[in-house]
Design a protein around this ligand. Structure first.
Ligand code: IMP
Length: 174
């Protein structure tokens, strides 16, 4: 696998600042609970939350998809749920990347069942063209084309998460 630079750390930080500014304006006077979807979101989440001017509470949620045999996307299950009470609270859900939308749809249902007052979604990367489940994204950092991206928290078989920039993986042969 070869990797090619897609989004530099400077571009990422600039965009994260813009998103944080927008969120700070939209939630002025409120104390939202910001929930990150583990593990890919860690660096984006840390940068975003620290750049907002809001008094926030933070928590994390984790989902895993279990494929069977040849099916790549199987059943999605929550493997770590939120721990702070979210009922009646404004919640911002933060994702690293939205692909088909299946994971996000499942997590949104889970949070809505807990009676959140409002729920908005913020994702660093949006693979719009691959969407299968209709899901509303309120804040998106960058739109990306089809292809597999890594770095800044995103992995390929747990590799590349530590890289500060975002890369696209390419087959050596292509
Ligand atoms: P979805 O359920 O198809 O929307 O997939 C969302 C999850 O798949 C993300 O939270 C990532 O963990 C993973 N994912 C999808 N595309 C990529 C990618 O290009 N790089 C790394 N992870 C990805």
């Amino acid at each position: 696998m070869e990797k090619e630079l897609l989004i530099s750390k400077e571009e990422i930080q600039k965009r994260v600042e813009e998103l944080a500014e927008q969120i700070s304006t939209d939630y002025r006077g409120q104390e939202p609970i910001v929930i990150g979807v583990l593990k890919g979101v860690i660096f984006f989440f840390a940068d975003l939350v620290r750049k907002t001017t809001l008094s926030t509470q933070i928590d994390f949620i984790r989902a895993a998809s279990y494929g069977s045999g040849t099916t790549s996307k199987g059943e999605i299950r929550i493997t770590k749920n939120v721990e702070v009470p979210v009922a009646g609270k404004p919640v911002i859900l933060v994702e690293d990347i939205v692909d088909t939308g299946a994971t996000l749809t499942h997590i949104i249902e889970n949070l809505e069942q807990k009676g959140v007052a409002s729920l908005r979604v913020c994702t660093l990367l949006d693979k719009v063209e691959r969407r299968e489940k209709k899901v509303r994204i309120d804040y998106a950092g960058f739109e990306v084309e089809e292809g597999f991206v890594v770095g800044y928290g995103l992995d390929y078989n747990e590799k590349y998460r530590h890289l500060p920039d975002i890369y696209i993986l390419r087959d050596d042969m292509s």
